[in-house]
Write a protein that binds this ligand. Structure first.
Ligand SMILES: [Ca+2]
Ligand SMILES: [Ca+2]
Ligand SMILES: [Ca+2]
Length: 208
């Protein structure tokens, strides 16, 4: 039997429920609006456990005098040889005997909006040995352009601060202007005349 068929009493009953129902509907609409419109941090995580196409390798390295017209040897590849998480990480090798060269991985992030953002980067970097000499430095880039040269990067610290895995972090507030895309890169830059191999794992990027 419907509420309306109750003549007088039914109308009273209907009024009693009308206000709470209306409030519940309004509260639901407000909650849905807040959930949809409050910006949530976007988190990007890369642990190298699967093949991906988001990141690509790039470099700014000198030409090899022993090999005319060719750059010095460098290589960035996913490997199961060493890992902080799971079974895989990224191996970064460069022949730094000319005391020069920067190699990195980079990716573009489509944000869908420009303006002010807070960028938080964290990753783990592996060095075979600790050294008081700065053999290489760990470097990063964040900005609106595709990084192409060593000068695009900022130095986060020495690459040989510990033997094993070490966490590096970088936080930045930046104004993208009208650009709706962001480029991020993490790499290593030679400071000592030697061949060197490092590993990278567990990159976490938070954009708020
Ligand atoms: Ca991993
Ligand atoms: Ca390039
Ligand atoms: Ca590039």
């Amino acid at each position: 039997m419907s509420l309306l068929s109750f003549r007088g009493g039914g109308i009273v009953l209907k009024n009693i429920y009308a206000i709470p129902i209306a409030l519940a509907v309004i509260a639901t609409v407000i909650c849905a609006y807040l959930i949809l419109t409050i910006p949530k941090p976007k988190v990007i995580y890369e642990d190298f456990e699967t093949e991906g196409e988001e990141w690509s390798a790039d470099a700014d390295v000198p030409l090899d005098p022993m090999n005319p017209g060719k750059p010095v040897k460098w290589e960035i590849e996913r490997t199961a040889h060493n890992a902080r998480s799971g079974n895989y990480s990224l191996k970064m090798f460069i022949d730094g005997k000319l005391d020069d060269g920067t190699i990195w991985i980079e990716r573009k992030i489509d944000l869908g909006k420009g303006g002010q953002i807070v960028f938080d980067l964290s990753f783990w970097f592996w060095s075979e040995q600790e050294s008081f000499n700065t053999i290489a430095v760990v470097c990063a880039y964040v900005g609106t352009k595709n990084p192409e040269v060593e000068g695009d990067f900022i130095v986060l610290g020495a690459a040989n601060e510990v033997a094993g895995w070490k966490n590096y972090a970088y936080r930045l507030e930046l104004d993208l202007g009208s650009s709706e895309e962001l480029w991020v890169a993490v790499g290593v830059s030679v400071r000592w005349e030697t061949e060197m191999t490092y590993y990278l794992d567990d990159i976490r990027i938070e954009l708020g």
